[in-house]
Ligand binder design. Sequence first.
Ligand SMILES: Cc1cc2nc3c(=O)[nH]c(=O)nc-3n(C[C@H](O)[C@H](O)[C@H](O)COP(=O)(O)OP(=O)(O)OC[C@H]3O[C@@H](n4cnc5c(N)ncnc54)[C@H](O)[C@@H]3O)c2cc1C
Length: 565
Amino acid sequence: MLGTEAAFSVSGRGSILARMAAEPVDLLIVGGGIVGAGIARDAALRGLRTALVERADFGSATSSLSSRMIHGGLRYLEHGEFRLVREASRERGVLLAIAPHLVRALPFLFPVYEGARVPAWKLRAGMWVYDALAGFRNTRLHRWLGRKDVARLEPRLRSKGLRGAGLYYDAQTDDARLVLATIRSAARAGALVANYAEVTSFLKSDGRVRGAAVRDMLSGRRHDLHALVVVNATGPWVDIMRRHDDPEAPLLLRTTKGAHVIVPRARIGHAHGVTLTSPLDGRVMFVLPWGDDLSYIGTTDTDDDSPPAEVRASGADVIYLLRSANALFPDARLAPRDVISSWAGLRPLLAPEHSLSPAEVSREHRVVTSPSELITIAGGKLTTYRVMARDVVDAVAERLHAIDGREVADRPPTDRLPLPGGETADLAVLIDAARGRQATDAEARHLVDYYGSESAAVLNLVERDRSLGEPIIAGRPEIWAEVVHAVEREMAVRLADLLVRRLHLFYEDPDHGLGAAPAVAARMAELLGWDEERRESEVTAYAEEVQRARAFLREVPRASKAVGP
Ligand SMILES: Cc1cc2nc3c(=O)[nH]c(=O)nc-3n(C[C@H](O)[C@H](O)[C@H](O)COP(=O)(O)OP(=O)(O)OC[C@H]3O[C@@H](n4cnc5c(N)ncnc54)[C@H](O)[C@@H]3O)c2cc1C
């Protein structure tokens, strides 16, 4: 058995793939987004021999491109989705408890204006129902605020035509790190997990899917992995995978694109999460705080059947988001050039039976078993991933019982076991402890936000080598020890894994971390034994990724001009 850290380090990755190929497992999961990660955790905790392969980095697709909300989904009440809202509200409570460092309660203000599509009476009734569906156990109960109170709380919000606002509570997460924490928890429970390992075809025996051919994307080597049950948890790719199995398989998904932009918080000047109905088309969208200085605006919702890996925010998306935010915060006067970064993903939604607008398509999930016994999970949300995972592993356990008569194991308490780093809910204590170990205020808060109680492990690296306590970029809180931590304990294989999903410099640094990229690549080269050519190619590939995320600037006519409503 690999040790805990080796089971999730780059150095352990090669032997993990070799082990997957050497020993048949009970369950092979294809896809390392939040859903695959949740399935691996649940299955490994039930004692199943579990393997998971991900074609790129863990969480690199939809699960790190979300609106980062862990929410009941107030707007789903408009479509009568009470069951989904009740379930998601419960999950919000669970995730706040098992990952307190990664999932934080956030107050939201929903202002209502004269003639708004959602009138005040409807919102007030909706907020009661929202609290009721959470069993009145949400962080706090909602309140209705009059104009003056709204002006006091959010003075830069447009006052003309304002009727009042609802103040209600949801939660926000670091989606990419939530995936990592979940997948590390799975590895700790014994799951074998590997990134940059792509399923290219299924292995069949008597017409039944009993494994997969996997290509190691780093070495190019092929491995045949054998499993009693295979689960397809590939998010927006689920139909592509189903058609690998059966070219006639009916399509399950209707994918819709959602884009976001990050801008400096000072330009908008808000303190709360703000829920708004866009004056352009009446859709519900959000302006959300991020860290101390940033805000993001999202999201769009448009049908899109592009290849999932090629989706990005377009010029039109960016203009729509900025115009909607500028209408609500008239002093912001945001222009495309103010955008620090952008991201876009494809929602893997269940195809509805009737024609609906993208925003009306349900966020429910479905587990489908094909005639060849491939189990597919489709639909759902980040918020409900734990329930989705449980439903899948219930189906897997039944199949295993049918195959070899084994007992069906009890469901593990995934709602109570903390995710790695989430063992301590009192974050102030952790921040104090980090400060006591020479971290600055900003570094201590950053380390606890990212690693929770494992911030101590990051600081242990600094104790061994003082230079690792230096900031990666002067004036920012990320320190060099995190690079070592990401490679040795978080399976960061490529430069982008580190700068995009482990450290978020891609999104948060105005330069996207490009200035630091060569030095970070040099440190990774030392840790991973890269030669000169690999080091350079990583920096080039990263710069290209940054270019893609900024491509929208070429599609807007006057990027420096504030976009009016
Ligand atoms: C714009 C947007 C905003 C959203 N906002 C929210 C929100 O605020 N709150 C919320 O609860 N939900 C939100 N969601 C929904 C949520 O993000 C998704 O439901 C969830 O992340 C889907 O996770 P997944 O694991 O199914 O898919 P993914 O994260 O896409 O994971 C699937 C993985 O499968 C891998 N894969 C594909 N093919 C192969 C192969 N052949 N071999 C190996 N691996 C393969 C992919 O690389 C990918 O990493 C949002 C979604 C979008 C797009």
